[in-house]
Design a protein around this ligand. Structure first.
Ligand SMILES: *[C@@H]1O[C@H](CO)[C@@H](O)[C@H](O)[C@H]1NC(C)=O
Length: 353
C-alpha cells in the first residue's frame, strides 16, 4: 500500500513538474522571440570587426510606431518608417542622396579621396568641373526628392543569379512600380522568369548598353574618366577606351540618365558592409539605392542557385564559382546583410525553390 501511494505521489509530482516546466518554456519562448540579435552578433564579430548593433530586448522589435509620426507612404508597411527596427534605424541615413546632382555636386573631401582610390591608376581630374559639364547634357536634379505620403512605391531589385531560372517570377517582377536591373541583365527570351519591364538599369561604362527610351540609365562611376565618358557618349563620341573598350555612343534617354553618388557608395561601405571587401558589389549598390527611394522592396535573383552554384541566369556554366571569392567584394557578409534586412522585415527576398 505504502509503495503504491508513494509511486502515485511521485507520478503526480513528476506530472506537475513537467506541466510547470512546459508553461515556463512557453513563457520564455514568447517573451524572447527576438533571436535576431545574438545571431547577428556572432557573425558580425566573427572576424574581429567591431560590432555596433543595439542589443534587442523583448517587445522592442515589433513595437508599434509612435502615433505622433505620420505615415511616410500609403503601403501597409513603409520601409523607411522609423520605429520598427533599431538595427535598421541606427544604420540608415536618409540625408545622403543616392543620386549625384547639382545640389550635392561637391563631394566631401574624404569621399573624394576614397572614390579616387577605387581605381587609382586613373588620373585625377577636376571632378566638379567635369560634373557641371555633364549636367549641361543631362538633368542635374534629384527625381526622388519628394516623398509623397499618398503613394506606395513598390520596387523590384532584380539580380542576375541563376536561381531565377525556372522561377516563374516574371509576372511578379513586372507588377512593380520600379524594376531595377544591373549590368547585362537580358530579358528577351527570359521573360517568364525575370520579367520584361525595366525602369532603372545600373551600369558602368565598361558594361553599358543602349536602352529603350522609357528606362533610366544609372551610371555607377568609379573614376572621373567615367563622367568624361558619359558626357562624350551622349555628345561627341570621342572616348572609346577606359581600361577596356567602351561604347563611343550611348543611345539612352538623356533626360533619364542618373549618376550614382560616390558619397552614397561610401556610406554603404562605411555603414552597411562595414569595410568588408574593398567596396560593395553592384547588387548592394542597387539594393540600397532602392531602400532609399522606395516604400517597399522585393529582391529577386540574388545569391547562389539551389545547388550552391554561382552563375548568371542567361549562362549555362553551372560551375562558375570563381567570382564569389574575387577578394573585391565580401559575398558572405553581403548575404548576411540581406538576410538581416529580410528578418527585420525591411525587404522580401524571393528565392526559387
Ligand atoms: C516601355 O516601352 C515599351 C515599348 O517600347 C513598352 O512595351 C513598355 O511597357 C514600357 N515600359 C514601361 C515601364 O512603361
Amino acid at each position: 500500500m505504502a509503495s503504491i501511494r508513494m509511486r502515485c505521489s511521485l507520478r503526480v509530482w513528476i506530472l506537475s513538474t513537467t506541466i510547470f516546466l512546459f508553461i515556463m518554456s512557453l513563457f520564455f519562448t514568447y517573451s524572447h522571440n527576438s533571436t535576431a540579435y545574438p545571431e547577428l552578433t556572432n557573425w558580425a564579430s566573427a572576424d574581429g570587426h567591431p560590432v555596433r548593433f543595439v542589443p534587442g530586448y523583448p517587445g522592442e522589435r515589433h513595437r508599434a510606431p509612435s502615433p505622433r509620426l505620420p505615415k511616410t507612404c500609403s503601403c501597409k508597411h513603409c520601409l523607411r518608417q522609423p520605429g520598427f527596427s533599431d538595427w535598421f534605424d541606427s544604420h540608415y541615413d536618409a540625408s545622403i542622396s543616392p543620386v549625384w546632382t547639382l545640389e550635392n555636386s561637391e563631394l566631401p573631401l574624404e569621399v573624394q579621396h576614397w572614390w579616387m582610390m577605387l581605381q587609382p591608376q586613373f588620373k585625377s581630374h577636376n571632378t566638379l568641373e567635369i560634373l557641371l559639364q555633364l549636367f549641361q547634357i543631362i538633368s542635374g536634379h534629384n527625381p526622388y526628392k519628394e516623398q509623397d505620403p499618398q503613394t506606395c512605391q513598390r520596387c523590384a531589385v532584380v539580380g542576375n543569379s541563376g536561381n531565377l531560372r525556372g522561377s516563374g517570377y516574371g509576372k511578379d517582377i513586372d507588377g512593380h512600380d520600379f524594376i531595377m536591373r544591373m549590368n547585362q541583365a537580358p530579358t528577351l527570351g527570359f521573360e517568364v522568369d525575370v520579367g520584361s519591364q525595366t525602369t532603372h538599369h545600373f551600369m558602368y561604362p565598361e558594361s553599358a548598353k543602349n536602352l529603350p527610351a522609357n528606362v533610366s540609365f544609372v551610371l555607377v562611376p568609379f573614376k572621373a574618366l567615367d563622367l568624361l565618358w558619359i558626357t562624350s557618349a551622349l555628345s561627341t563620341g570621342q572616348i572609346r577606351f577606359t581600361y577596356a573598350p567602351v561604347k563611343a555612343f550611348l543611345r539612352v534617354d538623356k533626360e533619364k540618365v542618373q549618376i550614382y553618388n560616390p558619397a552614397f557608395f561610401k556610406y554603404i561601405h562605411d555603414r552597411w558592409t562595414e569595410h568588408h571587401g574593398r567596396y560593395p558589389s553592384t547588387g548592394m549598390l542597387v539594393l540600397f539605392f532602392a531602400l532609399h527611394v522606395c516604400d517597399e522592396v522585393n529582391v529577386f535573383g540574388f545569391g547562389a542557385d539551389s545547388r550552391g552554384n554561382w552563375h548568371h541566369y542567361w549562362e549555362n556554366n553551372r560551375y562558375a564559382g570563381e567570382f564569389r571569392k574575387t577578394g573585391v567584394h565580401d559575398a558572405d557578409f553581403e548575404a548576411q546583410i540581406i538576410d538581416t534586412l529580410a528578418r527585420e522585415e525591411k525587404i522580401k527576398v524571393y528565392r526559387s525553390t
